[in-house]
Design a protein around this ligand. Structure first.
Ligand code: MG
Length: 352
């Protein structure tokens, strides 16, 4: 088992290892000693696999609570679903000392975390990521949100969890498609921070050592969250590599392109564009695209750039009339480039 300390406005630990889920109730009591009630939030793909066991486990520890099941998929990350969940929490008479447990992937964690952030002006929550993507990215760092029709995560809050409990045995039961999706974020970390991790992924492919690589990714995230918790122009912004285009692809495809696949395309486009603009060597997009393909991830989209511009321009990475793009210099080292809308179009065009 690996423990990683995250220092932020609320400090907490991320636990990564096998067989963590059976100890969830006990951990919840230790992390939130005042809690008497909980709502376990999950989705209808996870509930049949882990729902009953997790609910019983929490109850066996002496807590009282219910399971709340969302329809799976990004389409559920809406203000309507948020209100329904909040109404459910009031009907369960959750108080300010009680607890939300998010069991699921990015959608569940973002929505349940946001519900915890706003319910009675903020109550505790614990993240139990069940996907690789949630484990390495969305469950850590306290970004919570729902989507609006103009784009992803436009309504949200920074609200740190009380703990993140990542059971690698749960991740092993993922369908290959969901696992592959998370690999896009793992590859993103390698491009951003660690040429050694990149080579390891080239060597091992999808057989990479789970605990070690997840812990490595969480450590990178911990470092940037510690320096720039609220993503206000500092190093946390680096995690947006490929994400401006990715969010636009997700929005334009009505979420038929998953987040991980959209991030893969976004990362590939940025790397190609950076090489064409002389910011990195041609070797960077060549190796990045080869690695993405080795993992079964896409590197191109059919959606024309003209359609993608609108959602890209409403992306949160905008400050005034300029947008910040994360651009590779070499494998394991990236920097931020600020550009206006027109420059963004020309830059992206070179990478499509
Ligand atoms: Mg992401």
């Amino acid at each position: 088992m690996i423990f990683i300390d995250v220092r932020a406005s609320r400090s907490y630990q991320v636990h990564i290892g096998q067989g963590i889920l059976p100890g969830l109730g006990q951990s919840a009591r230790e992390l939130c000693p005042k809690a008497e009630r909980f709502v376990l939030v999950t989705d209808d793909s996870i509930a049949p696999l882990w729902g009953a066991e997790t609910l019983d486990n929490l109850k066996d520890s002496g807590l009282t609570g219910t399971m709340y099941v969302l329809p799976h998929g990004e389409a559920s990350k809406t203000a309507e679903q948020l209100i329904r969940l909040l109404e459910h929490m009031t009907s369960c008479r959750l108080t300010r000392s009680d607890l939300v447990v998010a069991l699921g992937g990015g959608m569940t964690g973002d929505l349940a975390g946001f519900a915890a952030a706003v319910y009675m002006r903020g109550i505790a929550y614990i993240q139990v990521p069940t996907t690789l993507l949630a484990a390495v990215d969305s469950s850590v760092g306290g970004k919570t949100a729902v989507d609006l029709s103009a784009g992803k995560n436009l309504m949200g809050a920074f609200w740190q969890p009380s703990g993140v409990l990542c059971d690698t045995e749960v991740l092993n039961t993922l369908p290959d498609e969901i696992f592959t999706d998370g690999c896009a974020e793992v590859i993103k970390y390698a491009v951003l921070f660690d040429g050694g991790l990149f080579s390891l992924l080239e060597r091992e492919g999808k057989a990479f050592p789970r605990e070690q690589v997840i812990a490595q990714c969480v450590s990178f995230k911990r470092d940037v969250v510690g320096e720039d918790e609220r993503d206000s122009g500092g190093r946390r912004g680096l995690l947006n590599l490929g994400h401006t285009l990715a969010h636009a692809i997700e929005t334009c495809s009505d979420f038929s392109v998953s987040h991980g696949r959209a991030v893969a395309i976004g990362t590939a486009v940025i790397c190609r564009a950076a090489a064409k603009n002389g910011l990195c060597a041609p070797e960077v997009p060549e190796r990045v695209c080869a690695l993405l393909e080795k993992f079964g991830l896409p590197t191109k989209t059919d959606i024309p750039l003209d359609r993608l511009m609108e959602p890209m321009l409403s992306d949160k990475k905008h400050a005034g009339s300029r947008i910040s793009l994360v651009v590779p210099e070499k494998l394991g080292l990236c920097s931020m480039q600020s550009m206006d809308d027109q420059a963004l179009y020309h830059f992206m065009e070179a990478g499509m």
